[in-house]
Design a protein around this ligand. Structure first.
Ligand code: NAG
Ligand code: NAG
Ligand code: NAG
Ligand code: NAG
Ligand code: NAG
Ligand code: NAG
Length: 370
């Protein structure tokens, strides 16, 4: 065996270790006390696994996850990246120090100086940024230019740790339409979400438009430049047996991403939805070395601040109510990891790539069965 072969094998083995040792978690298999937190990717661990996205109901205890940092109304212009932690694995849970973290991928200042580009390269899984704080009702305004290439998807969403989700999705090169979806505990009501597509009056990839979620306890509006394009009433989401409102109701992070749907590892339905396979010889890609969307600003206006006191730090989960809906309460416990607890096994890349596309794939396979 040559030295380089040995080094290659050794490095490969080391990089596989996390995969071998990481225990998975789900609704029937909770994390053990030794690795108490179920990360958003479905692996047990400590440290960063206990921060943003930590799934409370699959963790050792629902309070194993650090609390969701409480909402603070704020507006970020992404020409200034001083409150963006560019390396997500360095984030320690201090939401005062950073408003945003880059979970995967790379940000590049927009050459026009009007914001920041989230990039997608053939060698990565695209880019995702998340707010460090959570919003529990309120409104979110994204000002952005979408991506415009077949197979490339831009998503502006809210996502809770129990997978309540509200979406704007810009699939492929269809820049005169945007899709809206919502999810309740990771499940979409296909009859309610199917075909929810809205027209955009100008090209979404070359105009900064404002995409708003007006997310309140009783209703949810999607708006483009202040015009309501879709409304969902909570009262319309009552399950057929009357036991549950299938309505997003848990504190959520605000996220923006660009991800590759048109690649061979995607389901055919996902590829078709996104306008086909990505052309990595596209002149835009060749000239820049990446595909992109451009984010100018995000404004977060919090609702639901009545139950907070000056010592409130966040929200934490207290199990389920009798209808199976997670119970969330305010807490004054620290949102920070303890010193020395920040390092952790890195997330397996396969897990990251699986996540960015997961819900869409479920959505599409659900449609396929209809
Ligand atoms: C949960 O995880 C366990 C252990 O990995 C696995 O055996 C089981 O099939 C999983 N259950 C579900 C519903 O995914
Ligand atoms: C991010 O931070 C981690 C932990 O400090 C470090 O190992 C890694 O090299 C950093 N990544 C980049 C791209 O700087
Ligand atoms: C959190 O960050 C802020 C701003 O950088 C800093 O003043 C504060 O000391 C940090 N808190 C902790 C507990 O590290
Ligand atoms: C799905 O949504 C539709 C329309 O909002 C509603 O009539 C139906 O009861 C819902 N189905 C389920 C299973 O929640
Ligand atoms: C909470 O309820 C959901 C259904 O809404 C169920 O899937 C989950 O297993 C329950 N979790 C706990 C810890 O009871
Ligand atoms: C935090 O909340 C607990 C329980 O409500 C209370 O006992 C404690 O005094 C609070 N701590 C602070 C610093 O307010």
């Amino acid at each position: 065996m040559t030295r380089s072969t040995f080094l290659f094998l050794a490095t490969t083995l080391i990089s596989l270790l996390p995969l071998i040792s990481a225990q998975t978690c789900n609704s029937t298999s909770l994390c053990p006390a030794s690795a108490p937190c179920c990360s958003e990717y479905g692996y047990c661990g400590s440290g960063s696994y206990c921060l943003g996205g930590c799934e409370p109901l699959y963790s050792f205890k629902s309070t194993s996850c650090r609390p969701n940092p409480i909402c603070q109304s704020q507006q970020t212009y992404f020409t200034d990246l001083s409150k963006v932690q560019m390396n997500g694995t360095k984030y320690d849970g201090n939401a005062t120090a950073y408003d945003w973290v880059v979970n995967t991928g790379t940000l590049v200042p927009s050459p026009a100086g009007d914001g920041v580009r989230l990039t997608l390269k053939e060698s990565d899984q695209g880019t995702k940024i998340s707010s460090t704080r959570y919003i529990h009702y309120g409104s979110i305004d994204f000002v952005l230019e979408s991506s415009k290439w077949n197979g490339v998807v831009t998503a502006a969403i809210t996502m809770s740790d129990v997978k309540d989700e509200i979406d704007w999705e810009f699939p492929g090169s269809t820049t005169n339409k945007v899709q809206t979806n919502y999810w309740f505990l990771g499940v979409a009501n296909y009859s309610a979400t199917q075909g929810a597509s809205s027209d955009i009056s100008s090209d979404s990839s070359s105009n900064f438009l404002t995409y708003t979620f007006d997310w309140q306890e009783d209703y949810l509006n999607w708006m483009i430049d202040g015009q309501v394009v879709r409304t969902v009433l909570k009262s319309d989401t009552l399950s057929a047996d009357g036991s549950q409102y299938k309505y997003p109701s848990t504190p959520s992070r605000v996220q923006l991403s660009i991800w590759p749907a048109g690649i061979s590892s995607s389901a055919q339905g996902t590829i078709d939805w996104a306008g086909g396979m990505i052309d990595w010889s596209d002149p835009d890609y060749v000239a820049n070395g990446y595909f992109w969307n451009t984010l100018q600003s995000i404004k977060i206006s919090c609702a639901n601040e009545n139950d907070q006191t000056s010592t409130t730090t966040g929200w934490s989960y207290q199990g389920n109510d009798t209808a199976g809906i997670p119970i969330v309460d305010v807490t004054n416990a620290s949102t920070l990891l303890s010193k020395g607890d920040i390092s952790n096994i890195p997330l397996p890349t396969s897990a990251i790539s699986a996540l960015t596309g997961t819900l869409i794939v479920i959505f599409l396979s659900g449609l396929a069965v209809l």
